[in-house]
Design a protein around this ligand. Sequence first.
Ligand code: ATP
Ligand code: MG
Length: 441
Amino acid sequence: MTAIQKIKGTNDILPDGFGEEIFRSSLWRFAEQTMTDLALRYGYAEIRTPIFESAELFIHSVGEETDIVRKEMFRFTDRGERDLVLRPEGTAGVVRAWIENKLGAHDPVSRLFYHGQMFRAERPQKGRYRQFHQFGVECIGGADARHDVEVIMLFWDLLQTLGVKRIRLEINSVGCAHCRPQYREALKAHFASSLDGLCADCRERYDKNILRMLDCKNPACQEILCTAPAMTASLCAVCAAAWQELQARLTALHLPWTANPRLVRGLDYYTRTAFEIVHDSIGAQATIAGGGRYDGLIGASGGADTPAVGGALGIERLLLAMQSESRTPPAAPVPEYCFILLDENCESQLEEALYALRARGVFAMHAEGSKQIAKQMRAASRLGARYAVFIGGDEWQAGDVLIKDMQSGAQKAYPVPPCGLAAFLLEHFFGETMRRIERGL
Ligand code: ATP
Ligand code: MG
């Protein structure tokens, strides 16, 4: 049988030494750990929602006229005839869970973060996949520009922490239900005479969701769309004040922002702040993170009217950015001791010591694969072990254990005390650790 291959647009995340650099599990673990630590430090608690939810949830909260709902959802009917979708984004599920589990019952502001797979039926290319991963945060109940800044700062800080420096922050305000209708009219009037030059999608958006038109990726459309009037010029007084405050707060924190009048979120639920963090050298899929305020969503989803702001970062794009800036994760841990078996009759003693060390938190391995010492030694050095421990042979028979420092090549025989090999190695390990600490290593 020909071997079955992975589905187009999905990726295996593999051990070091295999596959593309950005799909190494050590890098993912490092990025996910850094994100988790940072989000916890900002007071965000983790939430994990199901990977599939009702189609209705996404149609309602992402919006019928968005690309995600129109073209990109993996939608299926299960055996009970339920209409389901593999989640294309995180906010809808988090908001559902927040309402359903009454997460707002105790605190006025719920700070939540998540990371995991998302699914969109898009044309796969570098930085764009059908199964991809996002890290996202939602600050539910956060009503002020202060909360917008907190969310933006969290992503900015994360990228800095991971050594991604060549980034830009773009911001915009999409106004609110009071001021957006006039802006829509202004856009309609502005583009009425240039519709012929726009793509079919844009012409459809012109009628159904004109704001979304601004976000078209087609270069020919962009040339026409860049003449659009800015939303920030027609904000109502409340939105204008929030827009000014956002800028002032970002400037006070030395965040180098630029206003991008074409930055939009597609739906009426999305209000005021929209932001993106863009990287300069990861190619066409340059937006690493994006988000904004969605004051209307929770009320429109069956919850009490609650303001909120959030954002999401594409982990694959983050790793591409790290790669383009030559950032690598810290070296993976290596075994402290690697056992080399010289005599098969001694295997039970080896196993006993191996598991006793592991039980005490010491990384120990048995170099497998061959009875030949040379091959076992090569395996130990491939693993990067600090010490090789020889079990069996003449020294062993005489009551000694031979330990070889894999870096210096020096080896020494130690008498095994009555308390046994594992106890001896533990003492050896703590002695070595102390010496390393003293030497500042
Ligand atoms: P794009 O304009 O690139 O399609 P988007 O506006 O659809 O992005 P969001 O829904 O705002 O993206 O998702 C936030 C982030 O998730 C994006 O900035 C990007 O880093 C990542 N992302 C979105 N879609 C994909 C995908 N298909 N593959 C990989 N990453 C993605
Ligand atoms: Mg998209």
